[in-house]
Design a protein around this ligand. Sequence first.
Ligand code: URA
Length: 227
Amino acid sequence: MAAAEDSAHRIAALDAYAAAASTCTRCRLAAGRTQVVFGVGNPDADLMFVGEAPGFHEDKQGFPFVGQAGKLLDQLLERIGLARAEVYIANVIKCRPPGNRDPQPDEIEACEGHLFRQIELIEPKVVATLGNFATKLLSGKPYGITRVHGKPQETRVAGRAVVLYPIYHPAAALYTPAMLRTLEEDFARLPALLAREEPAPAPVIPLFAAPQARAVPTPAQEQLGLF
Ligand code: URA
């Protein structure tokens, strides 16, 4: 498909999915929300951020990361030459938990399909997980953010190869200012991750090579361990 057509198709599919998700009642959080906070940004983004859940301001305004943590996220992006409009931002949980409490396991399970579908439609190269909830869900591993932040992981999300890049949640630096340096250092590695070549598809190796197609190693090749 041509790029423009591809993009128009992606935008339409994402809009249609957001409209369907706006009436979601898959979990108890539907009862207390002002609105579903689906996601915001460039549907063609190579870089997608996944946070935890909407807070007070996100619930009122309908967009992720519009409060204090969002302002810091914008500044961190600016320092690496990116604007919010160039990336896509979503959360693990699309509705505000009461009093900003942690999302419960059953709420994450009920909501994860929305996030997986977003990733499937946006097809980002790099998914930066902000904090423990997004990192554990998308890595499928129990390792916490302190152990894995700043370390890219090649993985599959929603059936697609992506670079998963765990970063501390920006709110961590609001509570612990010393964390800002670590966040800046982890953000500073994002441009290089985005510039990485897509991994070449693995060569198809026939199960039964025709006899004439089989390479006959020379003694020198044999010695070098090429075959
Ligand atoms: N924290 C999050 O994880 N997400 C938001 O949208 C806002 C704050």
